[in-house]
Design a protein around this ligand. Structure first.
Ligand code: PMP
Length: 405
């Protein structure tokens, strides 16, 4: 008996990746893994959450924190986020904020909101794998967003029309992107906005790593740049997706959307239909913890991750053979590596696991067009500094052996 023939066509686009199968091997204790994308659990503010939980479950508060709540989100948390957004140059009110169950849910709802089958989504080559996963369910086609290219808007439009739809949005992560670690300049952000204006499409600004800057000057969010031009967030086409996953806890699943009220109102309908609301208790404890020293906590994170990033970059300088290139991120969790043409990241992973017990994510999966076989992603937030040194030494050995063949 099989129900397979009953599945909706959209399921055809939702496949488990071979990489995930390989990465199951990572639980083995002797493997040094750069394959994760998760925060260092030693840095979770566990004591602050413990205290906040006790308060939230006290006699009076428990009646609220264990109850259903509004789809828009817990008002004190929305207010704190609106204030945080104003600190980033985004003049907005509580009505411009929707709390989501992680920013991943925001990506899913934005796919649902904008994409009919055959519509075009502009994404980077490479881009965040989870965004492709979220959008795929709505059966879009992808075209390449490259802020460095001068490709004419008419060309994007023509491409989208031949595929049977139109360009609905440009999705990008302008700060310390997953997987590349790259940050867009102000000019590049402006050029994405100009393209979106020309195409009359939305911009989805994924700011999951925005707070994790270790050096260099912050660049204004795309939403802030657009707001400078239009003067009113309710007239903006940019949808900003924020998250507490990388700063406080991914397990609590708290993210947010900041955008024009008309868009927020539509997203609230999706939220009502999807999961009613994000868990009340989780929103209450996050509101409590951020009210008391969010910046100090993030400063501690930055200090720790900066050390790890520096350790990885220094080890790469020492151990990588000539011909291998990598990014030098100013923040976030990832370094992106490009191998000489002809080398294959997936084959290298199999070899690296077998011979040196070291892992990473091959880059092809991050490319909507299947290119990028000679790329790979390295994570520096999870392993300890000494593991980073040892792991990069091992990776250098695997690469040297592969390049000698
Ligand atoms: N966007 C990017 C770029 C990410 O890397 C991630 C997490 N890996 C997410 C969104 C989703 O994060 P969350 O749902 O935990 O907020």
């Amino acid at each position: 008996m099989s129900l397979d023939q009953l599945f909706a066509t959209r399921m055809g686009r939702m496949k488990a990746s071979e990489i995930r199968e390989l990465l199951k091997l990572l639980d083995q204790p002797d493997v040094i893994s750069f394959a994760g994308g998760i925060p260092d659990p030693a840095l979770f503010p566990a004591a602050a959450f413990r205290d906040a939980m006790v308060r939230a479950l006290g006699d009076v508060q428990a009646g609220v924190s264990l109850q259903y709540s509004t789809s828009e989100g817990y008002p004190p948390l929305r207010r704190w986020i609106a204030d945080h957004m104003r600190g980033l140059g985004v003049e907005c009110g509580e009505d411009n904020i929707l709390i989501t169950s992680g920013s991943q849910q925001a990506l899913d709802y934005l796919g649902k909101l904008f994409l009919s089958p055959g519509d075009t989504a502009l994404v980077g080559w490479p881009t965040y794998l989870g965004a492709l996963g979220a959008f795929n369910a709505y059966e879009p086609v992808y075209d390449r967003l490259d802020p460095k290219s001068n490709r004419a808007p008419s060309d994007f439009r023509a491409q989208a029309e031949t595929r049977g739809g139109r360009v609905k949005f440009a999705y990008l992560s302008p700060d310390f992107a997953n997987p590349t670690g790259v940050t867009l300049t102000r000019e590049e952000r402006e050029s994405v906005l100009r393209l979106a204006d020309d195409l009359d499409c939305a911009v989805i600004e994924d700011a999951a790593y925005q707070s994790l800057r270790y050096d260099g000057e912050p660049v204004a969010p795309i939403l802030a740049l657009e707001l400078q031009r239009r003067g009113d967030i309710d007239a903006c086409r940019t949808v900003y997706c924020g998250s507490f996953s990388k700063t406080l806890s991914p397990g609590l699943r708290i993210g947010w959307v900041c955008a024009a009220k008309t868009l927020i109102n539509r997203m609230v309908l999706l939220k009502q239909a999807g999961d009613l609301h994000t868990p009340t208790l989780n929103q209450i404890v996050v509101a409590d913890v951020v009210a008391d020293g969010f910046e100090d906590h993030v400063e501690t994170l930055r200090a720790h991750y900066r050390v790890k990033r520096d350790r990885m970059l220094a080890a790469l300088e020492r151990h990588m053979p000539a011909g291998v290139e990598w990014t030098r991120p100013e923040g976030g969790m990832f370094v992106w590596m490009t191998l000489p043409e002809g080398l294959d990241g997936a084959a290298l992973l199999a070899e690296a696991l077998r011979s040196e017990r070291v892992a990473f994510v091959p880059g092809a999966a991050f490319h909507a067009d299947g290119s990028g076989r000679n790329t790979l992603r390295l994570n520096f937030s999870s392993p300890g500094p000494d593991e980073i040194e040892e792991g990069i030494t091992r990776l250098g050995q695997v690469l040297r052996a592969s390049m000698a063949v």
